[in-house]
Structures are given as C-alpha cells and as structure tokens.
Design a protein around this ligand. Structure first.
Ligand SMILES: NC(=O)c1ccc[n+]([C@@H]2O[C@H](COP(=O)([O-])OP(=O)(O)OC[C@H]3O[C@@H](n4cnc5c(N)ncnc54)[C@H](OP(=O)(O)O)[C@@H]3O)[C@@H](O)[C@H]2O)c1
Length: 253
C-alpha cells in the first residue's frame, strides 16, 4: 500500500481509542491522513494520538443528542474537510432469551446502529464528492448465527448495519461516495473486557469463537485495520456495497 495515498485527506474513526479503531487511526495517519479519533474516554484517545501530529482526539458519546453534529464540526474545524468516515465503535451488552427486559438493548442499538446513521447524516453535506468513502465495521460470526446465547442481538445490529451499507452504497454512488463494510472474525482486543467479562471469561469466549475459525487463531487488530484502510483508499475506487469478511474463514466454515 502506498504510504502517501491519504496525504491531505481527513478521516473520522469512531472507537479510535482502543483495539481495531486505534490501529486503524494510526495506519491512516501513517499513510498521510489527518485523523479525528472519537470515543468516550479522553485518556484512551490521547494514547492513540500520542506521537502523531496528524491524530486529533475528540471525546464524545456517540449516543448523545448532538454528538454527530459536534464530531463533524470538530473535524471541519481541525481539517477543513471530511473524506473518510469509519464507523468502528461498537458494544456488546448480552441478554439471553427469557431474560430480556424492555430497554435491554437500547444502548446497543444506539451505539452500533443509530450512531453510524446520525454520523453519516451529519457528515454527508461535507463528505468529498467523487472520492468520499464510508467504512462500517460489522461482524463475521454474526452472519452465521451466534453460538453463545445472549449476543445474537449484537449480531442483529451488525446485520442491520450491513443492510444499510448496501443501501447507502447504491444511494450515494451518484455522488461518487463509496460505502463498504469490514466484517471481522474474532479479534484479539479488549472487547469482552469492555463488556464487563473477567479476563478468564473473555479468554473462554475467545477460545470458543476460535473453534469456529478454520485458520484456528484469533485475528490481530492490524489485520482488520489493513482492510478498513484499503477499502477507503483510492485503489478501491471500483468497490462499493461490499462486506469484506476478514475472519480466518469463519463465515464459510
Ligand atoms: N474484537 C472482536 O472480536 C470483534 C469481532 C467482530 C467485530 N468487532 C467490532 O469491531 C469494532 C471495534 O471493536 P474492538 O474489538 O476494537 O473493541 P473495543 O476495544 O471495545 O472498541 C470499541 C470502541 O468503541 C468505543 N465506544 C463504545 N461506545 C461508544 C460510544 N457510545 N461513543 C463513542 N465511542 C464508543 C470504545 O471507547 P470508549 O469506551 O472509550 O467510548 C472503544 O474504543 C466494534 O464495532 C466491534 O463490534 C470486533
């Protein structure tokens, strides 16, 4: 991949303080982009930005009213343009059938599904015509049917985001804005710790998911970041509406 292909471009990465989002933000910056990283925790964002003048932190809760507009305003104030939007922030809050109370999934829907809607809506008037790109982060395991009870609703929000990816790709194509998704398999991040699992529980969750992966290992955040950046890049100019599994073969097993 060319190191300077994002020179002068401006990128927003949500969930950019940790895991896949952190590595993605750093890779965009390495390739010349200015990057606004968004998350709720200022210290995590500062860690991502450390050592890079091109990465600017912006602390915001994507589920709050007005957050999308504030994020877009911050990107425009910092960089004067928006070329790429990466909807990477996501949460898992499991609840199994039989135990689901009203409202149990409100935060999951607001974060995984509605936040990308509002953020794209706010960014759209400013997204580069002809070279704009949106990359949504979904999930590969959810395309098969989640084996452990309680996380199927998380998978459902990601399936809905994949549907939006295809519809937005069609609707925004006349403006030259491409919309794609990366669907990771199980990746070695702190996602289960952030969900509230203990280290042992998180390890057990990852171990059982690993059993669904023909390549028999967890993916690494940089293996997902590579494809997010690739799909946003000018070299993918003829790709839109694609959902790219990066999962060690999990969806086909
Ligand atoms: N790891 C996997 O196995 C895997 C597999 C398939 C898909 N994915 C997807 O990949 C994406 C990145 O996950 P990850 O594995 O890197 O886990 P992660 O480290 O938990 O990343 C999630 C990020 O989202 C941010 N976030 C959560 N709620 C937010 C909100 N309301 N407003 C703003 N930011 C918010 C978190 O930061 P704060 O808490 O500081 O806000 C965090 O940086 C997610 O969409 C996830 O569903 C992960």
């Amino acid at each position: 991949m060319s190191d300077g292909q994002f020179q002068g471009k401006a990128v927003i990465v949500t969930g950019g303080g940790t895991g896949i989002g952190q590595v993605t933000a750093r890779e965009f910056a390495r390739q010349g982009a200015n990057v606004l990283v968004v998350g709720r925790t200022a210290e995590r964002l500062a860690e991502t930005a450390e050592g890079s003048e091109r990465i600017r932190p912006f602390a915001a809760d994507l589920t709050e009213d007005g957050a999308a507009e504030a994020i877009v305003a911050a990107a425009l104030a910092e960089f004067g343009r928006i070329d790429v939007l990466v909807n990477n922030a996501g949460i898992v809050e499991p609840a199994a059938l039989g135990e689901i109370k009203p409202g149990a999934f409100d935060r999951v829907v607001a974060t995984n599904l509605l936040a990308p809607v509002y953020l794209l809506q706010a960014a759209l008037p400013h997204l580069s015509e002809s070279q704009g790109a949106v990359v949504n982060v979904t999930t590969a395991i959810g395309q098969r049917g989640w084996p452990m009870t309680g996380r199927e609703f998380y998978a459902a929000t990601k399936a809905a985001l994949e549907s939006l990816t295809r519809s937005w790709a069609v609707q925004l194509a006349p403006r030259g804005i491409r919309v794609s998704a990366v669907a990771p398999g199980p990746i070695a991040t702190q996602i289960y710790a952030h969900e509230g699992l203990t280290a042992d529980e998180a390890r057990a969750q990852h171990e059982s998911l690993k059993g669904m992966v023909p390549l028999r290992r967890l993916g690494k955040p940089d293996e997902i970041a590579y494809w997010i950046v690739q799909l946003a890049s000018p070299s993918a100019a003829f790709v839109t509406g694609a959902v790219m599994p990066v999962d060690g073969g999990a969806v086909i097993a």
